[in-house]
Structure formats: C-alpha cells, structure tokens
Design a protein around this ligand. Structure first.
Ligand code: IVH
Length: 669
C-alpha cells in the first residue's frame, strides 16, 4: 500500500462517516444512494487488497466484532445514578421548591430547567479514547455494567469515531430504544413462530442488546439518544444545554425535542404539551426528565446515594382504576404454557371495559403477593394491555396466598416447570385446552390452511369429544358437522371440502402445523426440504438434527422429544392412512437447491401473487426470506410503492428485481 492509497482509505472512511451521520443521525442524506454505494464499495475493495489497513473503527466493521461466551463486567468510572420519580404536577412543584431551598442565594427566576423526553429503553455508556469508541456498556446496577461494545457498534447512529481535538477521553451516556414499528415487526414474527411475545419495546431492546451474536442485534433496528456526558477529561461546560450542543457537534444523536425552559412556569407549560404529543412519536417515552440547566447549581445541589437533587423524572400518568380480583384461573396455551389470569370486577379504563388481566407467571404473583379478593389498581400498559399496578392496602382479612396448581386445569395431568424458566407447562399432547389452540394453529393459513375451520367450530368439536387429535379432523362426516350449532348443510360441506383439500399440503406445512415448540415456518421448511419425508425424519438422531444448518440444539431437542412420544407418532401415522401427505412435494436436487443459501427481502405490493406465496416459493427452493435489508441480502424483490427497504437496498447496491425478473429467476417464465 503506498501513501496515496493510505490517504485514499482514510478519506473514504471519513466521507462514509460523514454521510452515515447525515443519514442516520440527522435524517438528511446529502448524496445519492448510488454515490454512497460507490464510495463504500471502493473502501471495501481497498481494505480487501490491503488487509493490514483494516481497523476496528472502519465503517465497514460495524457488524462482526466478537463477544465472549459471557459479557465482561465493567465498572463505571462515575456511577450511573437513576432519577427520583414524580407522578403529578404537585410533586414537580415540590421538586422545584426543594431546589429553591437548597440554593438559598439564587433568585428563583434565574433557574433554568432543561426538559427532555424520558426514553423507555436501556441506559448505556459509550467511552471514546483518542476519538475512538473503545467500550460500550450497559448501566447494570449503576456501579457495574456489562461490556456490550460489539452489539452497540451495530447501531448505525453510534459514531465509531469522533473528533479528539477537545477531549482525549470522554464517556457519553444515553438510552438505546427499539422503535415502535420494529417492535411490532419482531412480535409478529415471534407470534408466527409460536414464540412468547415481548411485553414492550424496552424488553425487546434489552433482548436484542444482550445476545452473544452482534449480527442479531444488527438485524433489529435499534436507535439511541445520547443525553449527557458521564466522564470527561476536561470540565469546559457551564450548562447542560451547552454540553448537549457539543454532543451534537461531535456527531452524537441528541434528541430534537430537548428544551431549555427559562423559568419554572415555562417548564410546567412544556410538560403539559407533552402529555398528548408523546403518542405521535415513533419510540416509547414514559415521561419527561426535568433538570437544572446550570452545572454550577447542580454541583451545589449534589446527590443523595441514589438520585441527583438537581433532576427529577415526571412520569406520564396512565389512567388508573381500582377494581377487585374475583378469581384467578389458569389458561393453557398451544404449547402447554399455563398462564395465571385474574378475573376482575369489570371496570372501564382508557376507553374500554376490562374484566381480565394477565398475572404473567408464578414468580410475578409471588413478587406482588396477589391474592383472590384483593383490591388492585390497574392501568393499560402502552394504552393497550391492562396490567396490575399494585394492590390497594386494606385492613380486611385477606385470602391465603395464591398457589399454582400442580395439575393442568383442563386435562388434570401433572404440570412441569423447567429450571431457569418462569413458565409452568402441561406436556400432555392430548390436553383439550391445548388441543383447541393447537387445532387453530394446525388449520391456520400458513399451516394446513383449512378454510371454514374457525375457533367456534373447533371449540364445539373438542368440547363434544368428537375431535381429540389432528387425525380426527380427517374422519369427520358431513352429518356430524351439520349437527353443530350454527352450521348449515352448505357450510358443513364447505368444511368437509376444505379438510379434504388440505391433505396434499406437504411436509413443511404439516410440520409447522403440528405446533412443535420452537419449530416455526422456517425450521419446518428446512427440515422438510432436507429430509423429504416424515418416515426419514422420524429416524434422525438428535446429533444429526442439531448439525443441520440453522437448526441447532434447541430445535433439535424439541423435535426429538416430540418424535419420541408414542401418541404423536400414532397420530401422524393415522394422518397418513387418512390420505394426508407426509412428504415434501417434488423434492429433488434442482427444486430444493436452486435458491439454496440465497437471502431475499420482499418489499412493496406484489400484483401477481401475495408476499406469503412468494415467501413460500423462495423457501421451497431453498432460499430464505428475511425482513430487513442488509449487506447479506442477495435479492430484493420490490413491488409497487416499495419504500425505505428499497432505498436502503439501493444504497447498499443490492440486486433489486421486480416480479417478472423474480419469475424468470425461479424458472417460472
Ligand atoms: S438523565 C442522573 N435523560 O431514565 C441520571 N435519563 O431513572 C440522569 N432516561 O437510568 C439521567 N431518558 O436510563 C436522562 N433524557 C433522559 C433520559 C433518561 C431516559 C433513563 C435513564 C436513567 C433513568 C433514570
């Protein structure tokens, strides 16, 4: 590498950094995607040619750093305190009075406050030495956190380098969050795969940050706002707002709504505005942070062991109401999970009547010591799902503490709780409650796709004892169905036809439909394509299953357990006798291998077929459909009105194809 090339590499990196900042932090790209792509490609080329030039802060190195088996513990140079909470304006006024009292020589109207959104995510600290990001850590308990540098580097708005002119060493602090849309996207996928859902974007963000594979963090679109400096080698600022201006100038994403309020009245007015405006944001905020702007006043005010005296959090009020727990029942889900649910005296809260609330699991009930008969405060978390906030103190004699049943409330079989799990499960494959849920899943569109087999019909078929297994569905006679409530002759025939029509669905759909834990559509399709028939699959040992690409130990163990249960095998054999196909159709080298290892992203509206159909086709041919565009994407199939994904694909220089080109690719035209 000569001097000129060395200079070119540095200049390319700086150019990319500048444009990443404009794109991801400022939301205002300054060059075309094609141009960005050209620069990025040139840098990649030079780095490949001169591997010795590669440094970890190159913009090409965001994903891929190593994470050890466990995250290393790190001690924060200055503790990361938390904030005292206030829940109403009177408490905010009381905070202001305390500030005044502790600053006796200061005029009230010379106290400025900075008000910021309180992002509902995870606090992190980023340390830069000589302009390079050297460490990213979680807050942990405030004294000690975990080193998650490799994962934080995947967040595009985290600068890998900053100017080192002013500070040789600086630690900035902020909050990592998951945008609401991304949260919905991930939960939809989890639902499809029969996995438990994240309760809120905060938990989902925490999950994404604490994985050992940075590629997974990268695939979740996390964002970050930097709100302050923790440690810096030079004290140069007079106010917090000045400090934030500097953070912005250094390239950090500082939230656009931070506001300096010149006095307390302005502060109150600003708080008022946000009570409703918060719902329009693309990320969750659970309140506002109100802090004294002057850093010298902050010094005078100091901190308690937990909280600074110069700041307070104002938590938005969710509407809360008091009601009573009439009963606690246990619900059985498709995978046998037993969830305790409280039946409530019905109350109206945030726009609808609530008569049930989930109590999540045994540990949660014990932690809150929730008992039947208790009066409780409930609110709607995120304004949607009701949750128990607390128990209202009462001097009345309380019932005895709640105890989880030892047996399934539906089938009376023993229930189990594995080590490390909070959930109790019924593992009886023919449990009626599970059965209803499993049949619903079996009939669903992405599984056996049986039209007319809705929840009401399923409930009746199970409750009457007529359907106990999947195979029983295929022995139903028209007369038996017509006998069910609200079933006319015609609908009975429609259902019989639909059941018949589902028989050749193929092994992948069947495997997915069986609802084996951890086997989502993707795993089912891989297994079906790899082994071709159920007869072969059932003989495969755990060790061999585990080795299959993308399968791994969790799926392998779950599948092996399922296959080792006699009742499961008997039912599948019966399905086969009744004409259900246990093979994957047309499994041959060509059809399975054509798109092997190819990653697709679908975007926009397709006209000739639905996205699900395209997905099915791609997976059948060995390819994989993922939801977000990355450098690893081989093809972006773009329909009408394709939006951001298309833009990003162009920017990354990926192969973008339309429907016609897609059909050509798979040999259909
Ligand atoms: S300032 C001394 N500003 O809220 C603590 N915190 O309970 C100064 N948070 O752990 C924190 N948004 O995770 C600050 N704009 C914001 C914030 C914010 C969210 C979180 C942070 C902190 C917790 C405090």
């Amino acid at each position: 590498m000569n001097e000129i090339e060395k200079k070119e590499i540095e200049s390319l990196r700086n150019t990319i950094r500048r444009h990443d900042h404009l794109y991801y932090v400022k939301n205002s790209p300054a060059i075309s995607d094609r141009e960005y792509d050209r620069i990025y490609g040139r840098l990649k080329e030079l780095e490949k040619k001169y591997p010795e030039s590669l440094t970890s802060d190159s913009p090409t190195q965001r994903v891929g750093g190593k994470v050890e088996q466990r995250f290393r513990q790190v001690v924060h140079p200055i503790p990361m305190l938390s904030l005292d909470n206030t829940y109403n304006i009177d408490e905010v006024r009381a905070f202001h009075q305390r500030v005044l009292k502790n600053l006796p020589d200061i005029q009230e109207d010379s106290i400025e406050y900075v008000v910021e959104l309180k992002f509902d995510g995870l606090a992190v600290a980023l340390t830069y030495e000589n302009g390079k990001l050297v460490r990213g850590a979680t807050r942990g308990d405030g004294i000690q956190g975990e080193d998650i540098t490799a994962n934080l580097k995947t967040i595009r708005s985290v600068p890998l380098t900053i100017s080192s002119e002013l500070f040789k060493k600086i630690e900035v602090r902020g909050e990592v969050y998951m945008p609401k849309k991304e949260f919905q996207r991930i939960n939809t996928i989890r639902e499809e795969d029969g996995e438990s859902l994240f309760a809120n974007p905060r938990n989902a963000a925490a999950g994404a940050l604490r994985v050992l594979d940075p590629a997974i963090t990268d695939s979740r679109k996390l964002g970050i706002f930097i709100y302050t400096i923790g440690f810096v080698d030079k004290d140069v600022f007079k106010t917090h707002s000045e400090l934030q201006k500097q953070l912005d100038a250094l390239g950090f994403p500082v939230n656009e709504y931070n506001q300096v309020c010149l006095n307390f009245e302005e502060t109150l007015a600003f708080i008022e505005q946000w009570k409703t405006k918060k719902d329009d944001l693309n990320y969750e905020v659970d309140g506002l942070v109100i802090q004294v702007n002057s850093l010298s006043y902050r010094k005078k005010l100091g901190s308690t062991s937990k909280f600074p005296r110069w700041a307070v959090a104002y938590k938005f009020e969710a509407e809360q109401v008091v009601t009573q727990i009439l009963d606690i029942v246990c619900q059985v889900g498709r995978t046998g999970s037993i969830t305790p649910v409280a039946n409530l005296r019905p109350v109206f809260v945030s726009g609808s009547t609530v008569s049930r609330v989930t109590l999540h699991n045994e540990d949660e009930i014990n932690r809150k010591d929730i008992r039947v008969g208790d009066r409780i405060v409930i609110e709607k978390a995120g304004e949607i799902i009701p949750k128990v906030v607390r128990i209202v103190d009462s001097s009345n004699k309380r019932n005895t503490p709640f105890k989880m049943p030892t047996n399934c409330p539906e089938c009376q079989e023993r229930i189990f709780r594995s080590e490390g799990e909070v959930v109790w499960r019924c593992i009886n494959a023919i449990c009626p409650a599970q059965l209803k849920e499993r049949l619903k899943h079996f009939a669903s569109r992405k599984a056996m796709d049986i039209d007319h087999l809705g929840p009401t019909v399923i409930d009746q078929l199970v409750e009457s004892g007529r359907v106990k297994t999947f195979s029983d569905l295929y022995t139903l006679k028209k007369d038996e169905i017509a006998y069910l409530e609200r079933m006319a002759d015609k609908s009975a025939q429609n259902l019989i036809d639909a059941i018949e029509k589902s028989k050749p669905a193929g092994l992948a759909r069947l495997l997915f439909g069986l609802g084996v834990r951890h086997i989502g559509q993707r795993a089912a399709s891989i297994l079906a394509n790899k082994f071709g028939s159920f007869k072969i699959l059932r003989e495969i040992a755990y060790e061999e299953l585990e080795k299959v690409m993308e399968i791994g130990p969790v799926i392998a163990e779950s599948l092996r357990n399922f296959l080792d249960q006699k009742t499961n095998i008997q039912d599948i054999e019966k399905l086969s006798k009744l004409g259900v196909i246990l093979e994957e159709h047309e499994v041959n080298e060509k059809s399975t291998g054509m798109l092997l290892g190819k990653q697709f992203v679908l975007t926009g509206t397709l006209s000739g077929f639905s996205r699900d159909e395209a997905k099915e086709r791609i997976e059948f041919l060995g390819g994989r459909v993922v939801s977000s565009v990355s450098k690893k994407t081989n093809y972006v199939l773009a329909g009408k009105d394709a939006g951001l994904k298309l833009q990003k694909a162009q920017k990354l220089g990926l192969t973008i194809i339309n429907e016609q080109e897609f059909l050509k690719l798979i040999g259909s035209v």
